[in-house]
Design a protein around this ligand. Sequence first.
Ligand code: CAO
Length: 250
Amino acid sequence: MSNDLLSDLPEWSRVDHAAFGPVESRPLGKIQRLTARFLGRNWVKIPHVTQQDEVDITDFEARRVAWNEANPDRKVTPVAPLAKAMAQVLQDYPKFNCSLEADGETIVQKGYFHIGIAIETPNGLLIGVVRDVDRKSVVEVGSEITALAEKARTKGLSMMEMTGASMTLSSLGHIGGTSFTPIINAPEVAILGVSKTQIRPMPASDVGISWRKMLPLSLSYDHRVVNGGDAARFTKAMETKLSALTVFDA
Ligand code: CAO
């Protein structure tokens, strides 16, 4: 037996599924084939750890809802503010804004703050990149995400529109769930997963309980570059930045 676990795995089981009932075989689509290869590579090559946390967004949500009521034609979902907060947290925690070179020994520190957004399309998953999120308003970031998602779902995205992110945001908050394990979009070193906002009773600052809006965050990181303490600080910093995002168009 060799020490190389991956080259020593048993062959993929060949099962005659038709022996158990009716079946139909079909090939994976082009996008699914491509993403399957990259996701598979990233999953086995990167030592992933996922930090699960819940951040209190009660005050932020009150401001977002008020903004949407006052600006019905420029509504924002939580996704654009989250991308904006991520760009701000990356400025404070540059370890997350890195790539590890293929030699596994050189770190490239990025001086830009581009956020990748995972977009679900009928043909599979694509990442659209919003550039220089640190220099754009939440509303600008939101309209770029909407345009990228629309293009990804209709015409598809160019390689330039899909690459070069600092870090990726994968939001399932519009559907549900309480946590998941997002796979890092290498050569990035972390990805932030977001699940559906939950309303929970939390201890009040004085006495009793207070009903709070809690946002579940699942931060997967490459443990060769990022440590658990960094990850725990990153999600806490997301709470601080979201709380400070007062004006959506500034
Ligand atoms: N909690 C509760 N509600 C949320 C939420 C959250 N965390 N995030 C978004 N929502 C709400 C929005 O506010 C919006 O509500 P209204 O309809 O009442 O305004 C609703 O969900 C629909 O949002 P949306 O999908 O139209 O837009 P979005 O900005 O939330 O997301 C996009 C845009 C492109 C990120 C999303 O459409 C998408 O494709 N996500 C899929 C990502 C994915 O598949 N990741 C998994 C990768 S691993 O397989």
